[in-house]
Structure formats: structure tokens, C-alpha cells
Design a protein around this ligand. Structure first.
Ligand code: SAM
Ligand code: SF4
Length: 367
């Protein structure tokens, strides 16, 4: 089908989604990104919102086969950010008028961690009299835990499905009974039941992943009624099982990285075209593969940026993949750098606003 017809079709099919995701010609891709940006302007506007990203601990009980802070990576020096410093950085983010904070860490499910996060949320809620929005991204938990944290003040939760294909998921995770695709999907259902704004996403360009798998990921977002999408290209970490496999097969050469980068932009654009009113993040992984990655993500339809507010001394220990950007920077540098990136594409930052997903309020009308 003609690209122009496809871009203006009322309802895209799975085949249409896969065809758009597979575009490689620069002129065709430009048309796709322009169409997606027009949808962003219509449903969101030319305003982007910040979620200050505080990576507060890299301790993890999981062993995802792609991740640089997996339990068995003995190269990773483990850290916990002291509580007072987390609160200081939350205060800092509030004073910079970031609007929202995302607390992210490796996964732990022990009672001590659950209590700790709950206490932290209650303290952060006191900052600015509850005006700092809080997103949590700390993995799979029981419904009761998610509920406690919701009641303590978290109102958004990000848990990537990583891939909607259970067979591919099984290849990416150890078969030890603790990494089950159905458990992850059920966590997303529990989060929705509780009333969180729910975010998920995938890794793009994984070994063995097809365009149809990616089209299915977008269909999965719709089927699950997802409000926010945080997805990005897969990037190799040298000391992980998947990273080693990819490197051995020559899959980390510049051409392969460029392919994953383009696929990452195409995913943002096609997701924007299809889902319209969700929040979509332009993630750091895009920038790991291209210095202008995050700007190009905004122009392809993304509307959320996550400036890193992790303390500089811990950044080198939160290495999910090789070449992670901003590791040498301070929170102040990240703030100024992102503001100029937003301005360079003609958007503006919604400082001091939560920037909630319009999709959430379409299904949860405001009182
Ligand atoms: N532990 C929590 C979890 O897994 O949901 C939150 C932190 S985890 C580091 C956040 C995300 O990092 C994961 O959902 C995964 O998609 C992403 N990630 C891990 N390794 C990656 C890699 N090599 N390339 C790109 N993204 C990666
Ligand atoms: Fe742990 Fe998350 Fe990395 Fe998996 S992706 S190893 S759960 S930090």
C-alpha cells in the first residue's frame, strides 16, 4: 500500500504496523515522523514534560540476561543511595520545577525494602506539599505491596513487559521460575486495578525479535490500556549473556547499532500514530546509539524526557548497558543540556506540571 495512504488510514492492522516499523528509506521515515509529530501536536501539544530519574540502588535479585546490573554481574559494584541524599535530590528536583520524580532501582521484594520505599514515598510527598509527582520503577511486586506504595503517594508505575512474545521473553530471562512472562503481565493488571497510571514498554532490536513481534508489542499496549510508554533500543552490555552472544555474532557493529536506533525511532512514531494520547518517553538508550537520539525521539512523537538526577558518584555503577550517556555529568548539567535539546526541536518544557497521560483521564474522568 502507498505510504501516504497507510499514514492516514483510520485503523492500522498488525500488517500495517509491521510495514511502517520496517521503513528504512530516509524520505519515507521523515514522512512517518512528521505524521506522528502531527498526532503529538493534536493530542498533547508541543510541550514535553520531565521525570527526574533517580536511580537509587543497583542491588537486584533478578538475573535478566541482557542487563548490566543483573545479580550475577560481579563487575557491578553494588550501592544504596543514603536516604537523606535521596530526599535532598527529590527536593532539588522540586526546586528545579521538574514536576515529577521517577524512583528506579534493581528489584528487591524483601519486607525491609518494601517498608523502606513506603517510608521514602511518604517523606517525598511532604516536599512541596505533595506537588511533586512520583513514578515508581522497582520491578515485580505483590498486589498488596503495589497498593501500600500507591497509598503512600506513588501514582504512576513503570514496568516494562520487555517483549509481548512469551517465547522471546523466555530466551531473554533465566528459566529459574522467577522470570515468568505471565507474572509480569499480571503485575501490570494489578497496577491498573489499584488505579496507578501504568507504564510499560519493550526493548527494541533484540536478537531474534521480528517486526511482527514489535507490532504485537504496540497491540499489547492497547489491549492492556497502557497510559505511558517507556521503551528504547536494546544496547549491548559486554558482561551479560545476551551481550556476549550478540557481540560474538557481530551484532554490535556500527551498522547494527544504527539499525536498532532507526527501529527505536520508528517504534515511537508508530506507537504515537496508533495510540495517540499516551505519554511516550524519549529514552537515554536512544542517545546511547546516536548523540541526537533524544531530540529525534521528540520529533518522532515522544513527549517525556527523563533527566538523570542520580548522584554523580553512583552513576558509573548503574550501567545497564555499555556507553550509557550522562555518566560523567552532574544533575545541573543534565538539566541545562536537556532544556537546550527541547528548545532545539521547537518544543517547550512544561515546568512545574505533572504532565499526566491524557489517556489515563480519558478512562478516569477528573472530578
Ligand atoms: N529493575 C526494574 C525492572 O526491571 O523493571 C527497574 C530497573 S531496570 C534497569 C529498567 C529497564 O532497563 C528494564 O525494564 C530494561 O528494559 C532496561 N534495560 C536493562 N538492560 C538493558 C539493555 N542492555 N539495553 C536496553 N535497556 C536495558
Ligand atoms: Fe534487575 Fe531490572 Fe536489570 Fe532485570 S532489568 S536485572 S530486574 S535491574
Amino acid at each position: 500500500m502507498e505510504l501516504d495512504v497507510l499514514l492516514h488510514k483510520e485503523e492500522l492492522t498488525r500488517e500495517d504496523l509491521a510495514a511502517l516499523l520496517g521503513l528504512t528509506d530516509p524520505k519515507d521515515r521523515q514522512k512517518l515522523y512528521q505524521a506522528a509529530y502531527a498526532v503529538k501536536l493534536k493530542y498533547i501539544g508541543n510541550v514535553d514534560h520531565y521525570r527526574g530519574l533517580l536511580e537509587f540502588s543497583n542491588r537486584c535479585i533478578k538475573n535478566c540476561r541482557y542487563c548490566g546490573i543483573r545479580r550475577d554481574n560481579m563487575e557491578a559494584v553494588r550501592f544504596d543511595t543514603p536516604r537523606e541524599e535521596i530526599l535532598e535530590m527529590a527536593q532539588w528536583a522540586y526546586e528545579q520545577r521538574y514536576g515529577s520524580l521517577t524512583l528506579q532501582s534493581g528489584e528487591r521484594q524483601d519486607p525491609e525494602f518494601i517498608d523502606y520505599v513506603e517510608g521514602l514515598l511518604r517523606e517525598i510527598k511532604k516536599i512541596g506539599k505533595g506537588t511533586l509527582g512520583i513514578t515508581l520503577c522497582v520491578g515485580e511486586q505483590t498486589e498488596a505491596t503495589y497498593r501500600r506504595w500507591f497509598e503512600a503517594g506513588a501514582h504512576r508505575y513503570l514496568l516494562r513487559i520487555e517483549t509481548s512474545n512469551p517465547m522471546l521473553y523466555a530466551r531473554l530471562h533465566p528459566r529459574d521460575g522467577h522470570h515468568e512472562w505471565t507474572v509480569r503481565r499480571d503485575c501490570l493488571k494489578a497496577l491498573k486495578r489499584i488505579g496507578y497510571q501504568v507504564g510499560t514498554g519493550d526493548m527494541i532490536g533484540l536478537p531474534g525479535q521480528t517486526l511482527e513481534d514489535l507490532a504485537d508489542d504496540i497491540l499489547f499496549y492497547r489491549e492492556m490500556g497502557i497510559d505511558m510508554i517507556g521503551m528504547g533500543p536494546y544496547v549491548v552490555h559486554h558482561n551479560t549473556p545476551i551481550g556476549k552472544e550478540v557481540m560474538a555474532a557481530g551484532g554490535d557493529c556500527p551498522e547494527a547499532r544504527q539499525r536498532r536506533f532507526i527501529l527505536g525511532l520508528n517504534m515511537i512514531a508508530v506507537t504515537r500514530l496508533f495510540l495517540k494520547d499516551v505519554n511516550i518517553a524519549s529514552t537515554t538508550a536512544l542517545q546511547a546509539l546516536n548523540p541526537l537520539g533524544r531530540e529525534l525521539g521528540l520529533l518522532a512523537g515522544a513527549n517525556i524526557l527523563m533527566p538523570i538526577v542520580t548522584l554523580p558518584r553512583f552513576r558509573p555503577q548503574y550501567l545497564l548497558y555499555d556507553g550509557k550517556p550522562c555518566v560523567e555529568d552532574t544533575p545541573d548539567q543534565c538539566k541545562n543540556c536537556l532544556a537546550s535539546r527541547v528548545a532545539s526541536v521547537g518544543d517547550r518544557v512544561g515546568f512545574g506540571e505533572w504532565g499526566d497521560s491524557p489517556h489515563y483521564f480519558a478512562s478516569h474522568p477528573k472530578e
